[in-house]
Unconditional design. Sequence first.
Length: 456
Amino acid sequence: MALISSCLLTLTACSSLSMGNLFSHYTAQHQSVYQDVKRGDYQAALNEQSNQAIGGDILDNLELGRIAWLAGDPAQSFTALQAGQKAVEKQQNKALISLSDTSDSIAALAVNENVNAYTPSDYELGFLHLYLGLNYIQRNDLEGALVEMRLANQVQEEAERVRQASLSKQKTALSEQGLSANIGQVLARYPTSEGLSGYQNAYLFFLSALLYQAQGNNNDAYVDLKRALAVAPTNPQVIAQTKALAQSLAIEDDLDLLRAYSQPVTQLKANQGRVIVIAEKGTVEALQGWQLSLPILSRSQGVNLYSVALPYYPQQRNSAPIQATLGNQSVDFSLLMDVNTMANYHLRERLPSLVFRQMIRLIAKTQISRQAGNGGFGLALNVWNALTEQPDTRSWQTLPAVVYSASQVLSEGKYPFSIAGQSFDIDVSAGETSLVILSNQAMGVHLLQKKLGKIQ
């Protein structure tokens, strides 16, 4: 009975507890906002997101910052993203979870994963700083934007290190407690991701390189272009920018390798300028939940078959291509990155941690039920356990599904850029490059235009 009493007291004190987190999960509670963004109804999504708190300080602010950006409210976007960053910093040096903390946190053991504070995935941290960078671009603060680009790379690397250290610690502690499970049986149900595109953000590298070029820092720009090329080796804009800068910097060794790419480097004529478009399309898949049966071996209880509630991504939809015109020419977009691929990769990476924590929680729930006996209280606890075992479907759901890029060379002047029934004026200056960053969901479009000056 002592364990049961402790559990109830801790549940009462748990700051992350809500009725929604007890008996439901994030995707179910966030569905209305998610559908608003998918429809391109940014203002409706912003109104709803501003008046709900279901994901905690980190996730709620990430969602709010992204939606406010789409809705054309950069001030609110910047404030929310900064609040999200501050919340991340409070937990940045902590592992996803520690066994000692889990043993003490009876609330997490007796309820579900959603009671714990949300820890964003590596790629989400990258996007946090990327969108802070876009806010700085909106404010004409190039240096501030570049600081965020550098931080984006640093926080992803640090999050990867912490996650791997935490996973190793969990495996050791579980072994010491005599618990084991066939994790491979679970992982077999999740798709694998091959190559750098699963964990490296070509969008981030390409944007960072363009900003470095605008600053006149071609050496750092070239480093990030080579990173982007490694992740997106068939993207025409990445290839062209890399070849052009390699020629400008006279990096002969790289030029020998880059000549294998057929993409030509277009030289601007006296009255011509270049437009580079980075286009976000759609919304990343939202995590769903399912129940999987998993045999767990315990020294104290032997082998038992447990039902674990885990998140999964539905089969990816083929995103419709972007149709747009610049002047009287169709814009030819090429894939720069697939956010769904990154999301699937990072879910698979954190599955062992999710399963390990569920193992501990399920064993604890079984012990509590056995202490309660077969009477009415024991039956109530069994019902409680079944109702509260919810999958952790928290993720940054308003991110784009895919990101494309395109470029066109035009004579100096002003041109209409038409997409999804909307039109925007794009200024083209002779000898200069204009950067257009847009996001398109259904009939909704948000567009940012900035001059990068005379870059290669």
